[in-house]
Design a binder for this molecule. Structure first.
Ligand SMILES: [Mg+2]
Length: 375
């Protein structure tokens, strides 16, 4: 018969970055440099002795809201069968129905939903990718964290070379500075440094208006970029569709969207070549799978945003071979390290997500809450 959830444990951690980083939103004064990642963890324990781990996160404000919401709804899980993920997702949604089905509310649910998927895969003794039906054991991986705007170009070039020497398969750099000519100079310098055959992407972090994005896209058409990411406001689906129709270089966006309908709109409008959903931001593995199924049906690439620890599994289980994003900011939270070689990140062969929380995490704990038999 079914197992039962006996404990739920939540944690809010503030994980510091080794260096503050800045993208176009900082260059134009909309945000301050990023110095830490806030993480909401959810550990679910069961009668059968299994423990699943899930997490959500924010850059800058919002994690306290996620934690508070998770704390309010967590006891709805106690006594329930952890394998009934679909039913439990709805139960958690209805518990907080008046705050809606996107944003901080569903991002709080994402931590529990991911933990339930982790339990399910651990019970099966399979990596999550295998439980879902993997297409491959390793996924193409590109580095983002070396290409931020605060870094002088020599440092960006050196970090790109180091990433490639370490087995990473592609390099992404940030663009969207007030002077577009400076973006083009940095991009040309990196292209020359890594060679014309190394996959290269750019990310404008929503910096441009439609004419500027088109001008940039035309200026770089000959560079053979894998994609141009977030050229426009994240919610300008029509603008992305116009750009995608006008340029040969594929458009990528979707990371900021915090609900399934917003991502589906990008698919419906043919606004992207690469869709970039994010499990924690979109509300968990369960809603991500809905988006991925529709993206597959539309013959799109899916290159999930950040959170490589979860996304390596989902990218391995997606029909088209795409990319995961190498950003090591969450690594200190976990004991394990992901293996990278030959341009690919290997799916861990451990059951579930293959993650355990590190001892070091206690240094960064801001708040915690326990339900049921959690000690
Ligand atoms: Mg991005």
């Amino acid at each position: 018969m079914g197992d039962r959830i006996t404990s739920v444990r939540l944690g809010h951690y503030a994980v510091p970055l080794a260096h503050a980083v800045s993208d176009a939103k900082v260059a134009t004064g909309r945000q301050r440099p990023l110095t830490q990642i806030d993480v909401l963890t959810c550990e679910i324990g069961t009668d059968d002795g299994l423990t699943g781990l899930g997490f959500s996160y924010t850059t800058r404000a919002g994690c306290r809201a996620q934690f508070a919401h998770a704390k309010e709804i967590a006891d709805n899980l106690l006594g329930e069968d952890p394998s009934d993920i679909g039913r439990l997702y709805e139960r958690l949604l209805w518990a907080g129905a008046s705050v809606g089905r996107s944003g901080a509310a569903t991002q709080a649910i994402a931590s529990a939903d991911t933990a339930l998927w982790d339990v399910k895969a651990r019970r099966a003794g399979l990596p999550l990718a295998k439980l879902m039906g993997a297409h491959r054991d390793a996924v193409r991986v590109y580095n983002t964290s070396g290409g931020y705007l605060q870094a002088p170009i020599e440092e960006v070039k050196e970090r790109a070379a180091r990433s490639l020497a370490g087995g990473i398969g592609g390099i992404k750099i940030k663009v969207g500075q007030p002077d577009m000519k400076e973006d083009l100079r940095r991009l040309a310098a990196v292209r020359e440094h890594i060679g014309e055959d190394t996959p290269l992407m750019v990310d404008a972090n929503q910096q441009w208006d439609r004419p500027s994005a088109l001008r940039f896209g035309r200026a770089v058409e000959e560079l053979g970029l894998v994609w141009i990411e977030e050229p426009l406001d994240a919610y300008d689906a029509e603008g992305h569709a116009q750009l995608a129709a006008a340029l040969d270089t594929p458009i990528a966006t979707g990371e900021m969207l915090a609900g399934v309908p917003d991502l589906v709109r990008l698919i419906d409008l043919r606004a992207v070549g690469f869709l970039q959903p994010d499990v924690p931001r979109v509300g968990g593995v369960t809603p991500y799978l809905k988006v991925a199924a529709l993206a597959d049906h539309a013959h799109l690439q899916v290159a999930p945003h950040f959170v490589m620890e979860i996304h390596v599994h989902l990218a391995a289980a997606y029909p088209r071979d795409s990319w995961v994003e190498h950003i090591e900011w969450l690594s200190p939270l976990f004991e394990e390290r992901l293996e990278i070689d030959g341009g690919r990140m290997r799916v861990p062969d451990r059951p579930g997500l293959g993650l355990t929380l590190s001892e070091r995490r206690h240094e960064w704990l801001l708040d915690d809450a326990r339900f049921g038999t959690a000690e």
